[in-house]
Design a protein around this ligand. Sequence first.
Ligand code: ZN
Length: 266
Amino acid sequence: MADPLALQVDLLARSGLLHGFTTRLGGVSKGSFATLNLSPKWPEEAENVAANYDRLARWAGFKEQRLYLARQVHGAQGVRVADQSSAQVRPVEADYLFTDRPGSTVAVITADCVPLLLADPSGRCVAAVHAGWRGLVAGVIGAAVRSLAELGSRPQDLVAGLGPCIGPCCFEVGQEVVEAFADAFPNHPDIVVPAGSGATPFPKAHVNLWRAARAALVEAGLDPAHMADPPGCTMCDPHRFYSYRRDGARIGQQLAYIGIEGNGHG
Ligand SMILES: [Zn+2]
C-alpha cells in the first residue's frame, strides 16, 4: 500500500476533523526537495510544488482554492479567515490562521518548528499554528487559543495535535535561547535540558519544543488530556521529514493543515 501523504492524530480524527501533518513521502519533487515539497520558499520547479498540492488536496479532501496560508515571520500575530480569497491572505504576516468558515482549510509550513493544529471538538472552528522557538517565547500559542475563544470556544474543550519538529535529542541552542525560554516560561524549567545533564550529557544546552508547546497550551487553559503525542523528530528521520537544521537551505518543507467541512457560502 502507498504511504499516506500525511500523518493524522487520533484525537483529532475521532472528532471527524479534516487534518494532517505531511511527510516528505508521496510527491514528485527531486533531489533535496524529494518528494512532497509543499513550500515555494527555496526555488525548485514550480510545477512540482503545484503537482504536490494537487495530490495532497485530492488525498486529504480539501479544496485547493480554499486552502489558506499566510506569510510566516516567527511572531505571535494571527489572521482570521472569513470571506477573503487565499490570494488575499497569502501576503499577510501571521504565524497562525484561524477560521469558523465551513469549507475553509488553514495551514502552516514548517521544517523544524512545531506545527500545531487546534480545534473545537465540534468542528466549528479551527486554527493552524507555526510555533518555532521565537514564536513560542513570543506567545503565539496563547494568542491562537484566545482567538478561538473569541469565536466562542472554551479553551478547556479545545483539542490540540502537535506535529513533527526538531526534538530535544537534536535542538542544540545558545545561551540567548536558554534565557528566552527561562523568561517566557518561568514555571517550566524542564523545557531546557542543560549542558552536561542526562544519561548521555550534551555538550551544549538543548530545548524541548514539544514541552514548551504543551506548557503554553496548559497555561492557555487546555486540558493535558486533549493534546496528542508528537510523531517524531524532523532531524532524526531523514526518510520521513525535511529538516533545515540537518540539511540547510534549498530543502523542501512540510505542511500542517486543518479544515472545516462544508461548502461555505462562497
Ligand atoms: Zn532528533
